[in-house]
Write a protein that binds this ligand. Structure first.
Ligand code: HAS
Length: 542
């Protein structure tokens, strides 16, 4: 692996895992507080820790990891070296994001931004928190443009050729990110910064939430797609098999670009001020965005079955035994896939209007995203780390480290099983999300929730142990013997159909995406802006 490119990738990974560690400390502490097991000293607040946990894990760990991982694959598949301009843009993006993260974290630790990772109005943070967020978004844009630049150059110099699947998917992921972040950038620049500086007295809360969720839902697919890259492109190679279909993989990514953005209203189904028609329309699109995940499930099963049968697996499920269960590069992402089946089913429940009325703003939703992002995506990212760190540092993944990786994966699964199981169950009993320890004046319902909150806290401790093992493994990998670890990039099965050129016509898919966004959002936004409803002064959290 190219040394200069490797340094860029490693910098992203190390920063990501530092955020994971800090976010993990905040996570375990807030869990113990909520379960009533500890009280915080020195005026530290529950919401302060909850914000640090959410921001550092859901926003910072993911974004840094994803950009590092995507750059690594671009370098590997587009000729073995990034273009100097792309490399430079990668570093500029990295530095901007680091500055933003440091400012944002300090402001949170000073208790001037306890506004949670969703940070929309009416909770108001210090303006520096929003400036920090803007820096992170701009940094990620620069990195994204660095990738587009490299990809375009490759296309120009390889006229008529299909681009490598990994790079195609990386570009699709960053396009999704660019389109999605326009919403949050508008919210931060036009609403939150002027309001938090006091240049305007009030804020349109409905507009702020809508712009946030325009970004907030595709955000979850920005987390998911890099995991899908691993599942589609990396895992077939790790198990020694082939990619079932290049065309199917590309189509599923294009469908994500088309359908994943105009669906933000499914987070606002219980919100007054949006007409039922537009909510209904966006729920229909939400059900459309489930399709590429179902395609992915089909394709993965096919890859596994083809491989297992080629190894002599007999009968309906005999192929299953042939998979490399003792290889953490496979085992961790596989557990992520497995968990994604119930996690996705939970998402479908959330998206259904009547059922959303039962689960919205309860711990059920927290359970949903601890399965999706914190298990399926996180375990896949961990699985990637176990080979990517050795690849970029020119070292080997030792059997010892592999064994620790398996232990860490099992611990993570056990912790998440109990944590998210407790969250889902107690959510159905009505326990609200995002609430510090309380018995609501010893109300019997609230008292019946407490054992579940305690289970969440205890499993939080297990998960924190797993984070520590992960960090230990990274340190171990950095000190492992020099050697050559393979960057696993799968090849397409011979039996696959050729890929139609339409699947690389970006303008067509982005065009359809823009039409859908304009249709789904114009009338509701015009209504919100011109509604004449007075703005809110908000709640100062600093
Ligand atoms: Fe979600 C809330 C709907 C997917 C994350 N979601 C959230 C929040 C987060 C989040 C963070 O409609 C909370 C935001 C907040 O703080 O308020 N979600 C969905 C739907 C899907 C979905 C329909 N969510 C995700 C993913 C996330 C994520 C992915 C992160 C990565 N979600 C919602 C809704 C809400 C929501 C509402 C708002 C709730 C409320 O009221 O507040 C779908 O995309 C899911 C489709 C997935 C599938 C599964 C396919 C399975 C695969 C695995 C195959 C396995 C194999 C292994 C091959 C259909 C691909 C086989 C091996 C064997 C041995 C069997």
């Amino acid at each position: 692996f190219d040394r200069q490119d490797g340094a860029l990738v490693l910098a992203h990974l190390l920063f990501a895992f530092t955020a994971l560690l800090l976010g993990g400390i905040a996570g375990v502490l807030q869990g113990l507080v909520r379960g009533g097991l500890i009280e915080l000293p020195a005026g530290i607040g529950y919401y302060q820790l909850l914000t640090a946990h959410g921001v550092l894990m859901a926003l910072i760990f993911t974004t840094f990891f994803i950009i590092g991982f995507l750059y690594s694959g671009m370098s590997k598949t587009l000729g073995g070296k990034l273009l100097p301009t792309s490399l430079r843009m990668g570093w500029i993006g990295f530095v901007l994001m680091v500055i933003g993260t440091v400012i944002g974290t300090v402001v949170i630790l000073l208790n001037k931004a306890s506004v949670l990772y969703t940070f929309y109005a009416p909770l108001k943070a210090s303006p520096f928190f929003y400036i920090a967020l803007a820096l992170i978004v701009v940094g990620s844009w620069v990195s994204g443009f660095g990738m587009f630049y490299n990809y375009r150059y490759w296309k120009k110099t390889h006229k008529g050729k299909l681009s490598p699947l990994f790079s195609f998917m990386a570009v699709a992921t960053m396009i999704l990110w660019q389109i999605a972040t326009i919403g949050v950038a508008a919210e931060v620049l036009l609403q939150l910064i002027p309001w938090s500086f006091g240049w305007v007295e009030t804020i349109n809360v409905l507009l702020s939430r809508t712009l946030f969720w325009y970004f907030g839902h595709p955000l979850v697919y920005f987390w998911l797609l890099p995991a899908y890259i691993c599942w589609y492109v990396i895992i077939p190679k790790v198990i020694g098999g082939k990619i079932f279909s290049d065309a199917l993989a590309r189509l599923s990514f294009m469908l994500f670009i088309v359908f994943s953005i105009p669906v933000g209203f499914h987070h606002q189904l219980m919100e007054p001020g949006i007409s039922p028609f537009w909510k209904y329309f966006q729920v229909v699109l939400t059900f459309m965005v489930i399709v590429p995940s179902l395609m992915t499930a089909f394709s993965l099963f096919a890859s596994f079955e083809l491989y297992g049968r080629s190894k002599g697996g007999k009968g309906l499920f005999g192929w299953f035994k042939e998979l490399p269960w003792k290889d953490v590069r496979f085992f961790a992402p596989f557990m992520g896939m497995l968990v994604f089946i119930p996690a996705g089913a939970g998402g479908i429940i959330n998206a259904s209007n009547q059922m959303n009325a039962v689960v919205h703003n309860t711990l059920w939703v927290t359970g949903h995203f601890h399965l999706t992002v914190a298990t399926s995506v996180a375990l896949t990212f961990f699985g990637i780390t176990y080979w990517l760190v050795p690849v970029v540092t020119g070292r080997t993944l030792t059997p010892r480290m592999n064994k620790w990786g398996i232990v860490q994966t099992i611990l993570w699964c056990v912790g998440m099983f109990f944590m998210s199981g407790a969250m889902h169950t107690v959510g159905l009993f009505g326990s609200p999300r995002r609430t510090a320890y309380t018995t609501y004046g010893d109300h019997p319902d609230a008292l019946s929730w407490i054992p579940y909150h305690v289970a969440m806290a205890v499993s939080g401790v297990l998960l924190f142990l797993a984070v520590l093992i992960m960090i230990g493994c990274i340190i171990g990998m950095l000190r492992a013997p020099k050697g050559h670890e393979e960057y696993p990039i799968g090849e397409v099965a011979e039996s696959a159909e050729p890929t139609p050129a339409l699947l690389e016509r970006w303008s067509v898919w982005i065009g359809v995406c823009i039409v859908l966004i304009v249709f789904a959002y114009t009338i509701p936004l015009v209504g919100m802006i011109g509604s004449g409803v007075p703005g809110s002064p908000g709640f100062e959290m600093w």
